[in-house]
Ligand binder design. Structure first.
Ligand code: GDP
Ligand code: IMO
Ligand code: MG
Length: 425
């Protein structure tokens, strides 16, 4: 099987973790290439629920799992995640890029102070990536070095004035912080040392040997720093292209790009959301889909499927096929509609607005969809191996409508959170 990139085609939480778990069975390596602990990827298998924030969702298949160079890592949180996974009887086979950047407590403090207007996850993601771009941050290779304590203290000099000016520390507090955080992080470095390697080279060697590499994106295309709904985005690239930069996917080697979309739309945090529902309709969909954030527990904003935004995501990310999740949830609500166009001042537009205030004021144009037939778990299981034509007409028609609009096929349909609640066409 050739290499595959899995990316979110909406604003995150599309079900990437579930699909990566499904696809990991036939993969040799699974690689995270962007984001950090802002991600919350849920895998449900054999009645157990696993929430991965760092570790790739291929872990349950005992595959070699990689945190690539594009990922930002809070060592304390990653160690806690490894320990809780190990406590459930699993043995993680994890490799960490020496070049991945490190999240420190002061990044989280800056995020906590300034992240409110975006509604960030508070995990220190933006400040870490911005100090990476400013070339003043430390990487995993620094905290595993023999002189890690000195390297950390030296790097902290670059942020001292800013942190004191922002009233996050007094001068005395900062001096104490330097002492404590440098020894704490050097200790994490000792823990990490056995896992750290040149992960891109592992991917290269595996690819050349004909092995199959699965790249797991975090967040979603509409949260991409360059092409998402800026400034209401995350601080990394989330497009499929990010797998080449942050994960070691090799340009020119054939690759399958699979986008994940829910059968409707959700968003966590602030920012424009043209098809957002409110009132009882929102409550019904949120409760039917248990739409609460896997990382922060915040209620997710919910809305109709926005095909206009989805088609933009497909085009900008180069998505070749889609997996659609949560069709079972959509079957539990009334008044299903999809958005097929945006209007501004009564006129249809033919572009996806780059400007957030413009996107705030677009008027979605809807097409009514026949109610999606609800099936029992047994009826769904009876459809394992079915072709699209063998699906109940309302589901078959919904898939066809979406495929015609976004101009790529839906090749996987997910009808529940468990691994086996999946139909591959
Ligand atoms: P991710 O961030 O893209 O991995 O998605 P999350 O894990 O944050 O959120 C997706 C949620 O939907 C998780 O709770 C999954 O267990 C759940 N899920 C995934 N696919 C399906 C599906 O087809 N049906 C239902 N009912 N739940 C699903
Ligand atoms: P997964 O991988 C949904 C959102 C936050 C906020 C914005 C910026 O589980 O799909 P950040 O903490 O990244 O600086 O927050 O991005 N966000 C997500 N929303 N799923 C995610 O990840 C997200 N990661 C970040 O809610 O609006
Ligand atoms: Mg999530």
């Amino acid at each position: 099987m050739k290499n595959t990139i899995v990316v979110g085609a909406q604003w995150g939480d599309e079900g990437k973790g579930k699909l990566v778990d499904v696809l990991a069975e036939k993969s040799d390596l699974v690689v995270r290439f962007n984001g950090g602990g802002n991600a919350g990827h849920t895998v449900m298998h054999a009645g157990e629920t696993y929430k991965f924030h760092y570790m790739p969702s291929g872990m349950l298949h005992k595959k070699t799992c990689i945190l690539g160079t594009g990922v930002v890592i809070n060592p304390k949180d990653l160690i806690a995640e490894i320990e809780s996974f190990t406590a459930t009887g699993h043995e993680p086979d994890l490799k960490i890029s020496a070049r991945a950047h490190v999240i420190f407590p002061h990044h989280q403090m800056i995020d906590a102070k300034g992240g409110g207007k975006i509604g960030t996850t508070g995990r220190g993601i933006g400040p870490t990536y911005s100090q990476k771009a400013s070339r003043i941050n430390l990487r995993i290779l620094d905290i595993i070095a023999d002189d890690a304590v000195a390297r950390i203290k030296e790097a902290l000099k670059d942020v001292r004035e800013m942190l004191i000016a922002d009233a996050l520390f007094s001068a005395d507090e900062f001096a104490a912080y330097c002492e404590s955080v440098s020894s704490e992080y050097a200790e994490y470095g000792k823990n990490f040392k056995p896992f750290v390697t040149d992960t891109e080279d592992l991917v290269r060697v595996a690819t050349i040997a004909g092995k199959s590499v699965l790249f797991e994106g975090a967040q979603g295309t509409l949260l991409d720093l360059n092409y998402g709904t800026y400034p209401f985005v995350t601080s990394s690239a989330t497009l499929a292209a990010a797998a080449f930069v942050g994960g070691g996917a090799i340009p020119g080697v054939p690759i399958r790009i699979l986008g994940i979309t829910k059968a409707y739309t959700t968003r966590v945090g602030e920012g424009p959301f043209p098809t957002e529902l409110d009132g009882d309709a929102a409550v019904n969909l949120r409760e039917a889909g248990h739409e609460y954030g896997a990382t922060t527990g915040r209620p997710r904003r919910v809305g109709h499927l926005d095909l206009y935004a989805l088609r933009y995501a497909v085009r900008i990310s180069g998505i070749q096929e889609l997996a659609m999740t949560k069709i079972d949830t959509l079957a539990q609500v009334d008044n299903v509609k999809v958005c097929t166009a945006y209007k501004i001042d009564g006129k249809r537009i033919d572009y996806f607005p780059a400007d957030a205030p413009t996107l705030e004021k677009v008027e979605p144009v809807y097409t009514d969809i026949e109610p999606i037939q609800a099936l029992t778990k047994e009826e769904w299981i009876g459809l394992q191996g079915a072709s699209k034509d063998q699906l109940p007409p309302s589901i078959k028609n919904y898939i066809k409508f979406i495929e015609d609009f976004v101009e790529i096929p839906i090749t996987i349909l997910s009808h529940g959170p468990e691994r086996n609640e999946t139909i591959v066409f």
